[in-house]
Design a binder for this molecule. Structure first.
Ligand code: IPD
Ligand code: CA
Ligand code: CA
Length: 260
């Protein structure tokens, strides 16, 4: 089996297995800590999932490097070679407050190019995955490319922070131009919504490489757009104000951002 195929097979197995553990333990008391503020949380589950993934990756692919949200990975400052981006639980606030609407996320990049992606919507048991050149699947079933609709013919997903901040008046105007605004609270699941055609775009500030890695691969596979708000390339070593969407909706958002 080639190495990338082995990575793909293992990712899908690991996600399902770790997801089952989360479901089994989700009603147990959680250890919750604040990171940078009262609504930036980490739980014992975020940590144990990342620890487990990190040790399995190191055992199977010792020369690969790992960028993990909770800090169990490596110090990475170049995109050379094979890099795994891990977000053990995307949507931790949802995990804590709702016990649903969160996802396990993995993206694998080689020399800066997205090769593999997986987003596991644990509570709905839906595993979205992609391998470069092979399209996106949900539990193994290929997803069709959605219709390329503009904002006026679709919904806009965004983060609640971006929508409520006074200085982001242009985002509220974009919301008014769309048929409606949605905020799910998991960057990974929101890009899945774009990939499925449930929303025409998703935009959010300060997304980290592990928040966007799978989405970058998904958009590429569907011929959709993923850039910074100003239209420039996403940076997989830094924070990004990122927009994912159909070509027309993405263009409307970038133009509106650039003409503020
Ligand atoms: C967060 C979620 C959220 C987004 C934040 C992310 P986390 O990830 O994806 O929707 O608005 O910027 O940090 O912290 O739950 O993994
Ligand atoms: Ca995240
Ligand atoms: Ca997380």
């Amino acid at each position: 089996m080639d190495e990338m195929k082995k990575r793909e097979t293992l990712i899908l197995e690991w996600m399902k297995e770790l997801g089952k553990d989360i479901v089994k333990n989700k009603d147990e008391a959680m250890e919750i800590e604040e990171k940078t503020s009262f609504n930036d949380l980490v739980t014992n589950m975020d940590k144990s999932v990342e620890k487990e993934l990190t040790s399995r990756i190191r055992e199977n692919f010792p020369t690969d490097r790992i960028v993990g949200e909770e800090g169990y990975g490596d110090d990475v400052d170049t995109l050379d070679g094979t890099i795994w981006f891990l977000d053990p639980i995307d949507g931790t606030l949802n995990f804590v407050k709702q016990r649903e609407n969160f996802a396990l996320m993995v993206g694998v990049f080689v020399d800066g190019v997205g090769e593999l992606a997986a987003v596991y919507d644990v509570m709905r048991d839906k595993l979205y995955s992609a391998r470069k050149g092979d399209g996106i699947r949900c539990n193994g079933q290929t997803l069709e490319k959605p219709e390329s609709l503009p904002l006026s013919e679709g919904l806009l997903a965004t983060s609640s922070v971006l929508m409520v901040n006074e200085e982001n008046a242009y985002v509220r105007e974009l919301g008014r131009q769309s048929m409606g605004v949605r905020a799910l609270g998991s960057a990974g699941l929101e890009v899945v919504e774009v990939a499925k055609g449930n929303v025409v775009a998703y935009m959010a500030r300060n997304l980290k490489p592990w928040d966007i890695a799978p989405g970058v691969v998904f958009m590429e596979e569907l011929g959709m757009k993923a850039t910074q708000f100003d239209g420039s390339e996403l940076d997989m070593l830094s924070s990004n104000h990122a927009v994912f969407g159909t070509e027309p909706a993405h263009k409307e958002i970038v133009n509106s951002h650039n003409s503020q």
